[in-house]
Each structure stands twice: as structure tokens, then as C-alpha cells.
Design a protein around this ligand. Structure first.
Ligand code: SAH
Ligand code: SF4
Ligand code: F3S
Length: 461
């Protein structure tokens, strides 16, 4: 204990907590909740594992490479733990923890805790148990209680842009995907809990909230009136919170893009004209093999309808290349869909067989074929991203300032399309929206100048 601090029996000793987060935004959100949960036990977040009392590796199982990262990182932590004479608690959380608890302890027996995503609220008791028994502890239950009822709401301010998980798990069972196994069945948080957390975020300075869920547009949380609320209904209530300027949601499934949600992009002024809508493939045969439950034309129709009601709408997506059964013709159907749609940005991956998922047992496409197709797709996507960014040059567009920029006198901000924007502007504008003229587009960001006459707050669009 620090010798300058007065002895105080009720105050827990100061401890250092280092959290490494892999995977999706839901893991980022969960890591922050775990830090909040451990704060009353004396744990303060630190940037380095060196000298930390506890290290949490919050892991992702979505592709093989994500999983391999976990084991190489654990190898490095082992050395640090040895150098600290064992005085470092190592916890593995997240989707690898859920899927491979036993394997983790076999390959890395120096790990103290393996905790699945639905059991984070039990972390304090699990840490105590590991200390007490001096044994590794596993908790990969899907407890009946909802973890969000027990986790503290976002306590530490997240900044001008905040993530808020409203839905977890997935019942869709796409052929390639581990999420239904690692995150369990779909469940939505009650609307009142989401609204209360959003209000707290806004009181702490957040101006844009990104609603998160593996299938966020399947949200059907209980409303204050007892009826299930749709995502569109929830977005309506959120848009009424004073000081909350912008709303986004991710990740959506094409089958859950209801008419009501599409209309919300016209009627809800806080909703950004930007949608991440993973389509995975442009071939109906592969979409069926993937168990995606929609056709390529369904995706086309959703995009067309949204562009019709909001001409400035932009889209991003995810693609899997080389799913079992994918022929050259199937791949060309994907390329055709991409060329037609014109994405602002998209993420693409070669298919990675995941243990326990249906497609993993099918005959596989050779790696060279998958890689060559991915190369072709990514070249097209890169071209579209550059074209999209270049298309913003000359535009006058509202930018939400999020903090200081890289250079003195500069602020960082976000465009309607979540592009990072750098603008020379006074620091007082952090948390506010101003009109900016875009002067240059870089590969992953844009540069603009503040329009001096635009001193009045411009909300959203
Ligand atoms: N719920 C979202 C996706 C979550 S996973 C949806 O339904 O679209 C994020 C992305 O990872 C997926 O969209 C998919 O493109 C990719 N992915 C998932 N499993 C994969 C696998 N086995 N191999 C390669 N990419 C995968
Ligand atoms: Fe995975 Fe499909 Fe569920 Fe998305 S919808 S999380 S890809 S199973
Ligand atoms: Fe990865 Fe789990 Fe998210 S597998 S993508 S961390 S839900």
C-alpha cells in the first residue's frame, strides 16, 4: 500500500488493472463495464500490463486469426507474471473464453479466470474465489439473470461519442458464425434501462450514441407500457433526450430491416444517413447455404428504398469470401452487387472455418482461391471508399466535434458518415455541431474548414 495514504480499513488497496480488448464494439463496451465493476474494489485502469495486478484479455472468436492472437498474447503475459513472482491475476473473457474455456486452461494453465460474456457481473466473486482456492476458475454459464441488471451502468464518461449495448446474442445461426454459441440467445434490454443509461451519458457530455447489438435491428425490449418496443420506437424516444444530437445503430441484419425502421431514417432527425448492413454475399445460392434467410434482391430493395427516402444515405457492409460451395460465378455475383451498390466502406474476410459451426464440416475452398477473390473484391471496395471520400470534397456538412486534433489548434470530429474529420477550430466547440466545408479527402479521414458564419448550433443534418 502507498505509504502516503492514511490507513483505512474500509478502503480497498489500490490495484492496477490492464484490459486488452479484441473483437467488436460489444467487447469494447463490455470492457468498460468490467472496469466500472472493478473500480470499487480498488482497481484503476492502466495502459500497460507491466506491473499490473490484474490483466483481462477480452477476446474474439469470430475468425481463426482472432483466436490465435489470444494465445500469443497469453504467452507474453506468462513471462510478465513470472517476473512478478506470480502476483498478477490473468483473466480471459469474451468469446474465446466462452467457446474454449478448457482449451485455454490446458494451453495456458497460468490463467486464473476464464469468464464468458454472460457472467461478467460475477467477476468480483470469481476473483475472490480464485484467490481463496489458488486455483483457476471457469464461469461460462448463461445465467438466468440478465447481466445488464447487475452490471453498473456506464460510470466512466465515454466522451462525445458513446456506445450503448441494447441487445445481445443471436438466434439466427448463420452457417459460418460462432456468435449464437458464444453470446447465447438473443435478448433485449428493457427500454427504460436503455433510456436511463442514455440520459446519464448525455449528462456526462455525450452527444452521439451508437446503439450496439449483434442483431441490433431485431431489438424488442420491454417498453415502459409493457409492450415490446421496436428499434424504431426506441430511437424515437432517444431522439427526444435534450442534448442528444445523433443516433446510430449497429450491426443490423437485412431480414430485420422493417418498414418502420426504414421510415425512421426519414422521420427521425437524429438518425444518421448511414447504415452498416452486412450482406456477406451477392449469390442467392451462397446466401441460402449461409442460412442468411434473405436474397440478394432483398438487400438491393432495402438499399433502394433507403436511398429513395434519404438520397444522402450511405452504406457499409461485411463480406465473407470463399464460403464452402462458392464458385467463380457466385463470387462474380458478389462483385456485381458491390459494383451496383457503391459502398462508403466495407469489411471483407476470407471464410474461416469455426469449430462447431455447420459450414466448418463442408468441403473447403482452397486458400489461394479465397485469397485471389478477396484481393479482387478489396481492390473494388478500396476504389469505392476513395470515390466516396472524394465525393465529400467541396460539401458543406455538419461535423460533431469530439476532441482535440493531432495538430495544435485543430479539433477532431465526425461527419454524418462517421468519417474522422480534422478542422482548425476552437476547443470550446467540442461537443457541438458546426457546418464545415470539406477541403480534402485522405484514405481514412477528411479535412475541412470551419464556416465562420455557422455559429448557430446545427443539429444532425
Ligand atoms: N451480426 C452480424 C455479424 C457479426 S460478425 C451480421 O449478422 O451480419 C462480424 C462479421 O464477421 C460478419 O458480418 C462476417 O462478415 C464476419 N464473419 C463471421 N464469421 C466469420 C467466419 N467464420 N469467417 C470469416 N468471416 C466471418
Ligand atoms: Fe452471426 Fe448470423 Fe447472428 Fe450475425 S446474424 S451474429 S452473422 S449468426
Ligand atoms: Fe468477436 Fe464475440 Fe464480437 S466473436 S465479433 S467478440 S461477439
Amino acid at each position: 500500500m502507498n505509504s502516503t495514504s492514511p490507513p483505512n480499513a474500509s478502503k480497498p488497496p489500490a490495484r492496477k488493472l490492464h484490459i486488452v480488448t479484441h473483437g467488436c464494439q460489444m467487447n469494447v463496451y463490455d470492457s468498460a463495464r468490467m472496469a466500472d465493476l472493478l473500480a470499487p474494489l480498488g482497481y484503476t485502469p492502466v495502459d500497460s500490463p507491466v506491473g499490473a495486478d490484474m490483466v483481462i484479455m477480452n477476446t474474439c472468436h469470430i475468425r481463426e486469426r482472432a483466436e490465435e492472437k489470444v494465445f500469443s498474447a497469453l504467452g507474453r503475459l506468462r513471462v510478465m507474471k513470472e517476473q512478478a513472482n506470480g502476483a498478477m491475476v490473468i483473466a480471459v473473457t469474451g468469446c474465446v473464453a466462452q467457446a474454449e474455456a478448457e482449451i485455454i486452461l490446458k494451453r495456458a494453465p497460468y490463467v486464473d479466470l476464464v469468464v464468458g460474456p454472460q457472467a461478467y457481473h460475477r467477476l468480483p466473486e470469481l476473483i475472490a474465489k480464485a484467490h481463496r482456492t489458488r486455483n483457476s476458475v471457469i464461469d461460462t454459464d448463461f445465467p438466468a439473470e440478465q447481466k445488464f441488471d447487475f452490471l453498473p451502468d456506464a460510470a466512466a464518461p465515454q466522451g462525445v461519442i458513446a456506445n450503448l449495448t441494447i441487445q445481445e446474442g443471436c438466434d439466427k445461426f448463420c452457417s459460418f458464425c460462432v456468435v449464437p454459441y458464444t453470446r447465447g440467445a438473443e435478448s433485449s434490454r428493457p427500454a427504460a434501462a436503455v433510456l436511463a443509461e442514455a440520459r446519464r451519458m448525455v449528462a456526462q457530455g455525450s452527444r452521439e450514441i451508437v446503439l450496439l447489438g449483434q442483431n441490433v435491428n431485431a431489438y424488442h425490449g420491454e417498453g415502459p407500457d409493457g409492450a415490446a418496443w421496436s428499434l424504431a420506437r426506441l430511437l424515437r424516444a432517444l431522439a427526444e433526450i435534450p442534448g442528444l444530437f445523433r443516433l446510430r445503430y449497429t450491426t443490423s441484419h437485412p431480414s430485420d430491416m422493417t418498414d418502420e425502421l426504414i421510415a425512421a431514417h426519414r422521420d427521425n432527425p437524429a438518425l444518421m444517413p448511414f447504415l452498416h448492413l452486412p450482406v456477406q454475399s451477392g449469390s442467392d445460392k451462397i446466401l441460402a447455404a449461409m442460412n442468411r434467410k434473405h436474397k440478394a434482391d432483398d438487400f438491393r430493395r432495402i438499399v433502394a428504398r433507403l436511398r429513395d427516402i434519404r438520397p444522402d444515405m450511405a452504406f457499409t457492409s461485411d463480406f465473407i469470401i470463399g464460403h464452402p460451395g462458392e464458385t467463380d460465378a457466385d463470387f462474380q455475383a458478389t462483385m456485381a452487387l458491390v459494383r451496383e451498390t457503391r459502398f462508403a466502406l466495407a469489411y471483407s474476410f476470407t471464410y474461416s472455418p469455426r469449430p462447431g459451426t455447420p459450414a466448418a464440416g463442408l468441403p473447403q475452398i482452397p486458400a489461394e482461391v479465397k485469397n485471389a477473390r478477396l484481393f479482387e473484391l478489396q481492390a473494388e471496395l478500396r476504389r469505392q471508399q476513395d470515390e466516396f471520400n472524394a465525393g465529400t470534397v467541396g460539401l458543406i456538412t455538419p461535423v460533431l466535434f469530439t476532441g482535440r486534433g493531432r495538430h495544435p489548434g485543430q479539433l477532431a470530429g465526425r461527419s454524418l458518415y462517421a468519417q474522422p474529420v480534422a478542422v482548425d477550430a476552437p476547443v470550446q466547440l467540442v461537443g457541438e455541431i458546426r457546418q464545415v466545408k470539406v477541403t480534402r479527402a485522405n484514405p481514412n479521414s477528411i479535412i475541412g474548414t470551419l464556416l465562420s458564419h455557422a455559429t448557430k448550433e446545427t443539429i444532425a443534418a
